[in-house]
Design a protein around this ligand. Structure first.
Ligand code: UDX
Length: 438
């Protein structure tokens, strides 16, 4: 099938790549000329493991092409994916201006039946809104062309995009007509996954409800971790025991220094706002936001409890992206932590396998290590913010010998506590301290 994907951000690129992989002919569109040139040369503007070679391959086979002209891309296209950004407004709602602009542009060029798909995360009712914008444009042109707007939310996790798109848990298709449903089922016929057929409004809500539920799960275990610390209980053991119950499941129960990224914080805010707009305060979402906000403060308090005043202390942060296998630092807990540690007067050195430069741009006064070993030199404490495999697999004996102190604050409960204790570290994990540093 001939597909157009508008927006070459994270969602757009991964959508284009995964649809190209299952045999479709893809046109990627963006207004950013530089990005389009890069992509046509097979250069990926984001860090996402495994995607670049797939794009290069698809370009070579002529199955993928990028352009700045939506008009050109729309010629003969059967489906258009809207995958543009929806940045957060100051009141917590997503800004739909790019979606609106794209919808207008589609309406300006459409001449035959096309299925328009909302891939960006957008509030309930957006499919209807997009439909009305396109209709308005067609009316201005004196045309009456049939089309459908479908909601097909994206559930890919950064860092695992290829894996997730090749084998998704489910594909949610919110369609407003049988024709659109048939087109969407044909599009995904080669992907073996559960397909949930529903209305556009339901599909839009499924995305927000899923992300907010996952954020709730993480927040629940984060609050449990704080209680575990006070009651001499190990939260890792608790999560393991809870996760064996099929109704609960073992995923997203990893306590840490809070969730971040471009989705959870934004989607929880947007869902809360959707509630407020119909006079419903979602108290659960409000609590999640508050608890997640406080998680870094709580963590910092524990660091101070162990190390005393931080003024003049040398602390190294390892893993600065919001999670492993990505260079994305949006809402990364490391940002809040660096800010707070600097305010306490600590000297900060950081290292991340791919996100170091981005952090340096935001905090020019911190030191960045060329690698993890140079970053920990003379440090009194090491803080793990993101559980990159490269970091977990470091030679911790060498790390210890390079450090000036022996504290290790494992903000992701990712390291081998027993091994580190044997190496002479004072290990602290989130909610697993049996009331004291061991
Ligand atoms: C998320 C959703 O998982 C995905 O379905 C959606 O399409 C986009 O948003 P992503 O933002 O890539 O994906 O990251 P995810 O792996 O879900 O992690 C989000 C945050 O939660 C990270 O900061 C991560 O470190 C944190 N997290 C995750 C925990 O603190 N504990 C966990 O157990 C799991």
């Amino acid at each position: 099938m001939k597909i157009t994907v508008i927006g070459t951000g994270y969602v757009g690129i991964t959508t284009a790549t995964s649809l190209g992989e299952i045999g479709h002919q893809i046109m990627g569109v963006d207004i950013d000329e530089l990005k389009i040139e890069q992509l046509n040369n097979g250069v990926l503007p984001i860090y996402e493991p495994g995607v670049e070679p797939v794009i290069q391959n698809l370009l070579k086979q002529g199955k993928l092409h990028f352009t700045t002209s939506l008009k050109e891309a729309m010629e003969g296209t059967e489906i258009i994916f809207i995958a543009v950004g929806t940045p957060q407004l100051s009141d917590g709602r997503p800004d739909l201006k790019y979606v609106e602009e794209v919808a207008r542009e589609i309406g300006r060029h459409m001449t035959e039946y096309i299925v328009i798909v909302d891939k960006s995360t957008v509030p309930v009712g957006t499919a209807e809104y997009v439909q009305s914008i396109i209709k308005e444009q067609l009316k201005l042109r004196g045309l009456s062309v049939a089309f459908d707007v479908v909601s097909n939310p994206e559930f890919l996790q950064e860092g695992k995009a290829l894996q997730n798109s090749r084998k998704p848990d489910r594909i949610v298709l919110g369609c407003s007509s049988q024709v659109a449903e048939d087109v969407m089922l044909k599009l995904y016929e080669n992907i073996d996954a559960l397909k949930h057929l529903t209305s556009p409004r339901n599909a839009e809500m499924i995305k927000y409800a899923s992300n907010s539920f996952l954020a709730t799960k993480i927040t629940f275990i984060n609050e449990m971790a704080r209680l575990c610390d006070l009651l001499a209980v190990d939260v890792v053991e608790v999560a393991k025991g809870m996760g064996m119950d099929k109704r609960i499941g073992p995923y997203f129960l990893q306590a840490g220094i809070g969730y971040g990224g471009s989705c959870f914080p934004k989607d929880v805010s947007a869902l809360a706002m959707m509630g407020r707009e119909v006079n419903m305060e979602m108290t659960i979402l409000k609590s999640i936001q508050e608890i997640n906000q406080k998680q870094t403060d709580w963590f910092l308090e524990r660091v101070k409890e162990c190390m005393g005043a931080l003024d003049g202390k040398r602390i190294t942060l390892l893993g600065l992206s919001f999670k492993p296998d990505t260079d994305d630092i949006r809402e990364a807990p490391s940002l809040k932590l660096i800010q707070k540690l600097l305010a306490e007067g600590a000297f900060i050195t950081g290292f991340d396998p791919v996100a170091s430069n981005k952090i340096k741009n935001i905090f020019p006064n911190i030191k960045i290590g060329e690698d993890a070993y140079s970053a920990v030199k003379d440090a009194e404490a090491v803080v793990i913010c993101t559980e990159w495999k490269e970091i977990i697999d470091l030679d911790w004996r060498t790390i210890k010998s390079l450090m000036h102190g022996d504290f290790i604050f494992d903000g992701r409960n990712a390291l081998d506590r027993e091994m580190l204790q044997l190496e002479g570290f004072q290990y602290w994990g989130v909610g697993r301290n049996l009331n004291k540093i061991v």
